[in-house]
Design a protein around this ligand. Structure first.
Ligand SMILES: Nc1ncnc2c1ncn2[C@@H]1O[C@H](COP(=O)(O)OP(=O)(O)OP(=O)(O)O)[C@@H](O)[C@H]1O
Length: 846
C-alpha cells in the first residue's frame, strides 16, 4: 500500500507496530519449547512434524515469553495454520487443569467451520485428558445438552430430592466450539451451562463475526465473563451457590499495572482472520486487553505464498458484459404520458376503474409497455423493464394483463405475479383488485404467515354438495376448479400450493410477472423459478403431484397443450408460450442470472442512458457530523422537517429498535415515531401470574407491524424508523422525506430507500447522515446514479447545542431500557425452558 493511502486509513496505535509473522520460521515439534510430549505424539499422528510460522509466533506469545499476557489479534493468510495456532496453546495451557469445567470457547460464524475446528481440537485435546464440545444450529439441542452437561447418576433404590439432582449439574467439556446463535440458546436456556470459568475466548473469522447480524452474542459473552456473583445467569440464583460452591471463579478488579480497572483473572482473547478488520469501532467491541497485533508482511491483505491466480474468461465473455438485447433498449424517457381517453384498444370498463382510482392518464413506462403488449408489440416478446422507483411499474404490467384476460370465458389461473415479500404482494393485489373485477376477473393472494387452509378455500372452487344426493367422493374431488384468474404470490407459499394444494395448477398460465426481479433471482428464492417454468412447459407429463388424480377429468373440458413450435422464433419452444415480464428499478444485467428466466426474444425497456436512475423530482442532501452526535443531528433534522411524513432507515433491525427507543425519549420532539421491520419482532408483555410477574412473548408481532404500517399510511404516525426490510417497492402516499440514518452500503440500497419518496411524479427529499470517513465513499456511490448534486443540508449549530443538555439523560434512559429488555428476554428463556422441563416431566410420567 502506498504511503499516502496508508496515512488515510485510521488505524489504531497498537496496529501500527505489529509482530511480523513472516520473520518467523517453521519450528520442528521436537525442539518446540515447553510442549507436552503427549501433544507432540498427537500432532505427529496428524502427520505434522513442525509448526508453521504463525503457529510459532503465537506459541511464543502464549506459552513462550509472551505468557498470554496480552490479547492477540492475528491477521494471517488463508491456509497458514491459524486454527492450530490457537488450538495448541489453549490445549497445552489447559492440560494441567484438575477440575473439568468450561474454560475455552471458540466462536465461528458457521456450523461447517465449527465442525472443522472441533476436529482439530479432537485430534489433540484427548491426548491430555481434555474433552471438546460442539454447539451449532440445525441439530437437536437436547442431544447437545446431554453432551455438554453432566448429570448425576441416579442409583436405583435411593430416594433423591429433585432439587439436589439439579444442583449437581456440571460441564462435560473443557473446550467448546460454537456458532453464535446456538451459544446464546445455551446461555439463555441450558441449566448448568456457565461461562463463569472461561479463560480463553477465540473469535475466529473475526470480521465476519463482528458483522451486524451476529453482534449480540459478543456483549453477552463479555458480560457473563466479567461478572462475579452478580445475578447475570438466568439460573444463577438456583445453581451458582451450590453447583459451583466447590469451584467458583471470582474476577476481582485489578490494581496492578495493566490491570487497573480490569477484572482479574482475565479472559484471554484471541481474534483471527485472513482479512482482519482495522475498523476501530468494530475492534472496540472486543474489549481487548493490551492487544498485540500479529500480521504477515507489510500488506494488509496477503494471498497464500504459493498461490498462482488466473483469470478465467471465455473469449465471448470478455467482450460481452451486457447481453446483446440489452444493448439496444427501448428508451422509456422518450414516451409521454397518455390520457386514458385516447389510449388505443383499452376496455372502457377499465377506463372507469382507473378514473375511480384518481388516474386520468398513463405514465410513460405504462404507455411503453402498453404499446409492446396490447399495441403493435402484441405480447410477442418477453419484456424486461428497468424503470425508476415510483414510476408506475405495477400498473404497467397489471393493466395489459387484465385487458388481455378480460375476453376469456372460462375461469382458470392465467396470470401469476411473484413478489419477494408479503407486504409487496398485498400492495400489488390491491392494484389488481382495483381494476380486474371491472371486467369480471378475480384475483387471489398466496403469501406466507397466513392460514393456508383459508387461502385454499379462496383459490380453489369446490363443487356444491346438495342435500339428499349421494355422491361418489372421487367424483367430488374431480370437480375442483380455480376460483381466481390472477394470482399474486410470494415464492415460498406458491411452492406450498404447487406441492400440496389439490386442484392448484399452472397448466393454463399465460402470463408470469417477476416483480423486483433482482431480489427474486437471489439465491434463497431460486428454486421457485425452475419449478414454475417446468410446470408451465409441461403438456401431459406427470409433473404435478396430483396430476394423475385430477388432470384427466378436472381438466378434460379445458386443457392447455403446449406443443413444440416450428415457425420462426418458436422452433424448439413450446406454443402457446408463457409470456414473461420482469421488472425492477435496479434490474440485474448479469447474463447468468437473466438466463434463469428463459426469456423469449426479450425486449429491454429502460429509462435514459444510465443503469441506475433516481426519481426525477428527488433532491438529495447530506449531513456530516461526528458519529456520537448523529442522534442529535437526526432530532434537529426531524424538528426542521416539522412533522412531514418521513421514513428513517437504519442498517439493522436491532439498530432500528434502539434508534426508535432513543428518539421517543426526546419528549420535546412532538412527532409520533414508531419502528417498523419486516421481521417479526418479539415484544414482551408482562402480566400477573400466581403472585409473580410473568413475561410472555407476543406471538403475533407481525400484526403489530401491519398496524404500524396502517397508522403510518393514515398519517397517525409521522416518522417510521425501519431497517431495509421495507425499502423495496413499498408505496405509502405522502412520504415527503427519506433519511438514511446509516449510510446505505450499495447504490441499489440507496435507490430503493430513496425511492420511498418522490413517487408518481411528486417531489421528495433524501437526507443521508455521514461521518467524515464516509463522505468519499458516499460520493462514489452516488456517482453510479449520476447524482452529482448532493449538497450539505445546513443544520444550525444552536439547534444541536440546545439538545445537548438532555442528551446525557436520554442516553442513560436508553441504556436502562436496553438492559431491562435484555434481562426480560433472559427471564423468558428461563420460563420457557422451565415450562418445557415441566412438560417433559409430565410426558415421562405418562
Ligand atoms: N397513471 C398513473 N396516474 C397516477 N398515479 C399513478 C399512475 N400509475 C401509478 N400511479 C401511482 O404511482 C405510485 C407508484 O407506482 P408503483 O408502486 O407501481 O411504482 P413502481 O415503479 O413499482 O415503484 P417501485 O420500484 O418502488 O416498486 C403509486 O402510488 C401509484 O398509485
Amino acid at each position: 500500500m502506498d504511503e499516502q493511502k496508508l496515512k488515510s486509513v485510521p488505524v489504531l496505535p497498537w496496529m501500527r507496530s505489529p509482530v511480523d509473522v513472516s520473520l518467523f520460521e517453521e519450528c520442528p515439534l521436537d525442539i518446540l519449547p515447553c510442549i507436552d510430549t503427549r501433544l507432540i505424539v498427537a500432532l505427529k499422528n496428524m502427520g505434522m512434524s513442525s509448526l508453521f510460522p504463525v503457529q510459532v509466533a503465537v506459541w511464543q506469545e502464549t506459552i513462550g515469553p509472551g505468557a498470554f499476557e496480552r490479547d492477540l489479534c492475528i491477521n494471517s493468510p488463508t491456509g497458514s495454520g491459524k486454527t492450530l495456532a490457537y488450538a495448541l496453546p489453549i490445549v497445552q495451557m489447559l492440560s494441567t487443569r484438575a477440575v473439568k469445567c468450561l474454560r475455552a470457547l471458540v466462536v465461528l460464524p458457521t456450523r461447517d467451520l465449527a465442525f472443522q475446528v472441533k476436529a482439530v481440537f479432537d485430534a489433540i485435546a484427548p491426548a491430555v485428558g481434555l474433552s471438546v464440545g460442539l454447539a451449532v444450529g440445525q441439530s437437536s439441542i437436547a442431544d447437545e445438552i446431554s453432551e455438554l452437561i453432566k448429570r448425576p447418576k441416579i442409583e436405583a433404590g435411593i430416594c433423591y430430592d429433585p432439587e439436589d439432582i439439579m444442583l449437581e449439574l456440571e460441564s462435560s467439556v473443557d473446550i467448546l466450539v460454537a456458532t453464535p446463535g446456538r451459544l446464546i440458546d445455551h446461555i439463555n436456556t441450558t441449566k448448568g451451562f456457565t461461562l463463569e470459568h472461561l479463560c480463553y475466548l477465540v473469535v475466529d473469522e473475526t470480521d465476519r463475526l463482528l458483522r451486524e447480524a451476529y453482534q449480540s452474542w459478543l456483549p453477552t459473552v463479555l458480560q457473563l465473563t466479567r461478572s462475579t456473583d452478580e445475578d447475570v445467569y438466568p439460573y444463577a440464583s438456583h445453581f451458582l451457590p451450590s453447583t459451583f460452591n466447590s469451584l467458583r471463579t471470582i474476577r476481582r478488579f485489578g490494581v496492578e499495572r495493566g490491570f487497573k480497572g480490569k477484572r482479574f483473572p482475565r479472559l484471554v482473547k484471541m481474534v483471527l482472520s485472513a482479512t482482519l478488520t482495522q475498523d476501530p469501532s468494530k475492534l472496540a467491541q472486543l474489549d481487548l486487553h493490551h492487544p498485540l497485533f500479529l500480521t504477515t508482511g507489510k500488506r494488509r491483505y496477503q494471498l497464500p505464498e504459493k498461490l498462482e491466480s488466473y483469470k478465467l474468461l471465455r473469449m465471448d465473455e470478455q467482450k460481452l458484459k451486457v447481453l446483446p438485447w440489452m444493448r439496444s433498449p427501448v428508451d422509456v424517457s422518450l414516451f409521454e404520458e397518455c390520457p386514458l381517453d385516447i389510449l388505443p384498444c383499452i376496455d372502457t370498463r377499465l377506463i372507469v376503474a382507473l378514473k375511480n382510482m384518481g388516474m386520468s392518464s398513463l405514465f410513460p413506462v405504462q404507455v411503453a409497455v402498453w404499446q409492446e403488449t396490447i399495441g403493435p408489440g402484441a405480447f410477442e416478446r418477453d419484456l424486461c423493464i428497468n424503470s425508476p422507483t415510483g414510476s408506475g411499474k405495477t400498473l404497467a404490467y397489471a393493466l395489459p394483463i387484465v385487458q388481455m384476460l378480460s375476453t376469456r370465458a372460462v375461469k382458470c389461473l392465467r396470470a401469476l405475479v411473484v413478489l419477494p415479500t408479503r407486504d409487496l404482494a398485498f400492495q400489488v393485489k390491491a392494484v389488481f383488485d382495483a381494476i380486474a373485477p371491472a371486467v369480471g376477473l378475480s384475483v387471489g393472494l398466496a403469501v406466507g404467515q397466513s392460514s393456508i387452509a383459508d387461502e385454499i378455500s379462496e383459490l380453489i372452487k369446490r363443487p356444491k354438495i346438495e342435500a339428499g344426493i349421494c355422491y361418489d367422493p372421487e367424483d367430488i374431488m374431480l370437480e375442483l376448479e380455480s376460483s381466481v384468474d390472477i394470482l399474486v404470490a410470494t415464492p415460498g407459499r406458491l411452492i406450498d400450493h404447487i406441492n400440496t394444494t389439490k386442484g392448484f395448477t399452472l397448466e393454463h398460465l399465460c402470463y408470469l410477472v417477476v416483480d423486483e426481479t433482482d431480489r427474486l433471482l437471489r439465491e434463497a428464492y431460486q428454486s421457485w423459478l425452475p419449478t414454475v417454468l417446468q410446470l408451465t412447459r409441461s403438456t401431459d407429463e406427470d409433473v404435478y403431484p396430483y396430476a394423475s388424480h385430477f388432470l384427466p377429468s378436472t381438466f378434460n373440458s379445458l386443457r392447455t397443450i403446449r406443443r413444440f413450435g416450428v415457425e420462426r422464433g418458436f422452433k424448439g419452444k413450446r406454443f402457446p408460450r408463457l409470456v414473461k415480464m420482469v421488472l425492477s428499478a435496479t434490474l440485474t444485467q448479469d447474463p447468468s442470472k437473466l438466463a434463469q428466466l428463459d426469456l423469449h426474444h426479450p425486449l429491454f425497456l429502460t429509462t435514459g442512458k444510465r443503469r441506475y436512475q433516481l426519481p426525477e423530482k428527488l433532491e438529495s442532501y447530506k449531513l456530516i457530523c461526528e458519529s456520537r452526535l448523529k442522534p442529535l443531528y437526526l432530532v434537529a433534522l426531524l424538528q426542521n422537517l416539522g412533522g412531514e411524513k418521513c421514513i428513517v432507515f437504519t442498517s439493522s433491525v436491532e439498530a432500528t429498535h434502539r434508534l426508535c427507543t432513543l428518539l421517543n425519549f426526546f419528549a420535546d420532539l412532538q412527532i409520533k415515531i414508531k419502528e417498523f421491520s419486516g421481521l417479526q419482532r418479539q415484544s414482551i408483555i408482562s402480566s400477573q401470574g400466581k403472585g409473580e410477574k410473568v413475561y410472555m412473548i407476543a406471538a403475533n408481532k407481525d400484526k403489530n407491524a401491519g398496524n404500524t404500517m396502517k397508522q403510518f399510511r393514515e398519517g397517525e404516525i409521522q416518522v417510521l424508523v425501519s431497517s431495509d426490510a421495507m425499502t423495496r417497492g413499498m408505496d405509502v402516499e405522502g412520504v415527503r422525506n427519506v433519511i438514511n440514518y446509516d449510510m446505505p452500503p450499495y447504490i441499489k440500497t440507496f435507490i430503493h430507500r430513496a425511492g420511498r419518496t418522490a413517487r408518481a411524479g411528486h417531489t421528495g427529499r433524501c437526507f443521508t447522515l455521514l461521518h467524515q470517513d464516509e463522505v468519499r465513499r458516499f460520493k462514489k456511490l452516488l456517482q453510479k446514479a449520476d447524482d452529482k448534486t448532493c449538497p450539505v443540508y445546513p443544520i444550525p449549530s444552536n439547534s444541536i447545542e440546545s439538545l445537548h443538555p438532555i442528551y446525557a439523560s436520554v442516553l442513560e434512559k436508553l441504556k436502562e431500557t436496553v438492559e431491562l429488555e435484555t434481562s426480560r428476554k433472559r427471564k423468558i428463556g428461563f420460563r420457557s425452558s422451565k415450562s418445557r422441563k415441566g412438560n417433559e416431566t409430565n410426558h415421562s410420567k405418562e
